[in-house]
Design a protein around this ligand. Structure first.
Ligand code: HEC
Length: 121
């Protein structure tokens, strides 16, 4: 039997679901959905802060995870050039950072940096 309270609850749950589902779709949009970046992306303009904000807690210091220090340009460039950094940042199943794949916006910047030839500045 449907009481008004039950109906109300059901409506509430349904709208929460709709809102969160919509948000999830926006969050998980692909890099291809974004406007193309026309400017040149450099390590100093964007990549360094992406590493600082998302990677160096584990990938720096005297004993970095995977023995991979991402706190300087040379190492970030080498790891990006050999493909492993970009692969792992775009790996939906085994992403870096391990807490979850980063936004398309951030991953698009890294892709563009690679396209631009990994400039420092
Ligand atoms: C919470 C800690 C943590 C954070 C944050 C983190 N990593 Fe890692 N990373 C690890 C661990 C642990 C491994 C080794 C295990 C594995 O490969 O999954 C690893 C492995 C890697 C590897 C593979 C190295 C190899 O030789 O195969 C790459 C590339 C990498 N991380 C890049 C990144 C990048 C780029 C970021 C930021 C966008 C990042 N990681 C953030 C913990 C972390």
């Amino acid at each position: 039997m449907q009481t008004p309270l039950k109906k109300w609850l059901l409506k509430g749950v349904l709208s929460i679901c709709t809102i969160s589902c919509t948000t999830a779709i926006i969050d998980e949009g692909t890099v291809d959905d974004l406007p193309v970046i026309t400017r040149v992306v450099t390590y100093q303009s964007d990549i360094q802060s992406i590493m600082t904000n998302n990677c160096i807690t584990c990938h720096s210091g005297p004993a970095p995870n995977a023995n991979l220090d991402l706190s300087n340009f040379q190492n970030v460039r080498l790891t990006a050039e050999n493909g492993v950094l970009i692969d792992r940042m775009n790996d939906a199943i085994n992403p870096m950072p391990p807490s979850g794949i980063l936004s398309p916006k951030i991953r698009q910047l890294v892709d563009k940096w690679a396209k631009d030839g990994f400039p420092e500045n």
